[in-house]
Every structure is written in structure tokens, then in C-alpha cells.
Write a protein that binds this ligand. Structure first.
Ligand code: LHQ
Length: 259
């Protein structure tokens, strides 16, 4: 697949989406947003892909919306939200494999919230998360008002969104905003380990886990128990379940197919 505005490659069942406009801190134009949407769709439907990585080139993950495009009047603000960002967030949540955000540097505005929509968020020690919206008179979009209070609680989410403070990777980790952070020196190595592990796991079961977690936000306990029964039935009929149990009983490592 050819992309003009991002880098997209698939190796060893790992799809990597790299934002590739470091001179503008990987801020999003329409072309970039559409390329990301296309790459996510491809990763979702490709049988070769068992895990997806989103990361940025240079010193930023992404500084959010390209503000020169935003102010140009080329697109209305609601068009940008509806056509550029909302489909990306919906795709990440509905993607039937794990999506990892490797936050290699500053993540601001929509850039921060796209990262927070991913299943696993890992940052470099020097990364910073900024809900930059209030600094320019906007509201947090790209799912920020949905995910952030659920991740860190309403009080901290309100303060971070209203004050627009820079949150360090250590602070983000301590408040439960991200899974882990690593020193800048070992970051790539650690990300590779996580991706390699995920690429060999029972992908189908992980996709069902993801569906359950998506619904967990909205269901009551009884509905969630019912859904777990249904999803466990599906997982229990998979190739990987059979392989996992047999490997355990035969005292060998399982060879999962992701099916
Ligand atoms: C940029 C940007 C950028 C263009 C750095 N755009 N060039 C939805 C609906 C519709 C409209 C609006 O937006 C949204 C969603 C959103 O995402 S709203 C939030 C938009 N993002 C921001 O407000 C963040 C703006 N950027 C910053 O505050 C700073 O650049 C941060 C704190 C991210 C980094 O600061 P520094 O490390 O000091 O870097 P810098 O400011 O010097 O930036 C480096 C270059 O990147 C610079 O260009 P230049 O030609 O002077 O070297 C910046 O102009 C450019 N850049 N962010 N969003």
C-alpha cells in the first residue's frame, strides 16, 4: 500500500504506522488523517497483521491538529472533528487486534487523545502529554473527554484539560494514564519486545477481550457477565484455545495462529 503522508509497513505480523512530518511535530492535516484512516482499515482487514503500532518520527508523537490548516478556513471545525479525528478513534476502538501507541515525544491536543484511545500506551521518559485545547479556546476532542476521566478520574482529568498543563511520562504513568514508560535509550527495544509478544498471542481472543472492555464502560454487571459468557463461548471454540490447552498439558510452548 502506498502512502504520501505517513509511513506504513508490515513486518512479522506487526503493522507500523509512523507519522512522518517531524518538522511540524507530526501535526495532522486532512491528508495525514485520511492516510491514517486508510492504514488502520488495512491493518484491520489484513490477515497478516496481528498487532498495530502508532508512533511518530522525530521529537514528537504528534502536536495535534495542524493549526495552519485549522485557521485557513479550508475546512469547518466540525468537519475536521467529524471527518478527520472521529473515524480514527472509532477505528482504533473497533480494530480487531491490539493497537499500541509508542509515544516517542510530545503528544498534544488530538495527538494526545489518539494515543489515549489505543489499547496499550507506552511512552519515552522524556514524552509529555498536553491537553493543549484550552490554550487555543477549544474543547478536548478525539475521545479525550471519554477516555481521560475513565483512565485517571474526573478530578485530575478536569484539571489537566482546563489548565492545559504538561504531564510528564512519569506523572502519566503514576496517575494511570499510560501503561508504562521507558528510558529514551531502551524505548525502541522495549516497544519491540511488546510488539513481538503481541504478534504471537491468540489474536482472536484478544479481539474479544477488546470488545468486552469497550462494552465494560457502558454495561451493568449482569449485562457484562452475560457478554463474557458469550465471548468465552466464542474463544472456547477457537483454534488457539485448543492449542493453548494442549500445549500446557504437553508442557510445551503454544504456537498460536491468532484464530
Ligand atoms: C505546529 C504545531 C501545530 C502546526 C507545532 N500545527 N505547526 C480539532 C478541531 C479543529 C481545529 C483544531 O484542532 C483540533 C484538535 C487539536 O488538536 S487542537 C490542539 C492543537 N495543538 C496545539 O494547540 C499544540 C500547538 N503546539 C504547541 O503548543 C507546541 O508546538 C508544543 C508544546 C507541542 C511543542 O513546543 P516546542 O517544543 O516549543 O516546539 P515549537 O512550538 O517550536 O514547534 C516546532 C515547530 O512545529 C514550529 O514550527 P517552526 O517553523 O517555527 O519551527 C511550530 O510552529 C510547529 N508546530 N505544533 N499543531
Amino acid at each position: 500500500m502506498e502512502f504520501d503522508n505517513i509511513r506504513y509497513k508490515i513486518n512479522d505480523n506487526i503493522a507500523e504506522i509512523e507519522l512522518d512530518s517531524p518538522e511540524k511535530l507530526n501535526s495532522f492535516t486532512q491528508e495525514i488523517a485520511f492516510d491514517i484512516q486508510r492504514a488502520l482499515d488495512h491493518a484491520n482487514s489484513s490477515h497478516d497483521v496481528r498487532v498495530v503500532l502508532i508512533t511518530g518520527k522525530g521529537r514528537a508523537f504528534s502536536a495535534g491538529q495542524d493549526l495552519t490548516e485549522a485557521i485557513s478556513g479550508k475546512f469547518s471545525i466540525d468537519h475536521i472533528v467529524e471527518k478527520h479525528y472521529n473515524p480514527i478513534i472509532t477505528s482504533i476502538r473497533q480494530l480487531n487486534k491490539p493497537v499500541v501507541a509508542a509515544v516517542n515525544g510530545i503528544a498534544a491536543g488530538a495527538g494526545a487523545n489518539i494515543a489515549l484511545a489505543c489499547d496499550i500506551v507506552i511512552a519515552t521518559e522524556s514524552a509529555k502529554f498536553i491537553q493543549a485545547f484550552s490554550g487555543i479556546g477549544l474543547i478536548p476532542d478525539s475521545g479525550g473527554t471519554y477516555f481521560l476521566p475513565r483512565l485517571i478520574g474526573m478530578q485530575k482529568a478536569s484539571a489537566i484539560m482546563m489548565l492545559g498543563d504538561k504531564v510528564t511520562a512519569k506523572e502519566a504513568y503514576e496517575m494511570g494514564m499510560i501503561y508504562k514508560y521507558f528510558s529514551d535509550d531502551t524505548f525502541e527495544e522495549e516497544i519491540d519486545k511488546i510488539l513481538t509478544k503481541l504478534s504471537k498471542m491468540p489474536t482472536y481472543a484478544l479481539s474479544l477481550t477488546k470488545k468486552l472492555l469497550n462494552d465494560s464502560y457502558n454495561n451493568n454487571l449482569q449485562d457484562q457477565l452475560e457478554l463474557e459468557k458469550f465471548m468465552q463461548f466464542k474463544a472456547g471454540n477457537s483454534y488457539d484455545y485448543n492449542e493453548g490447552v494442549n500445549a500446557f498439558l504437553e508442557k510445551r510452548k503454544p504456537k498460536f495462529k491468532g484464530e
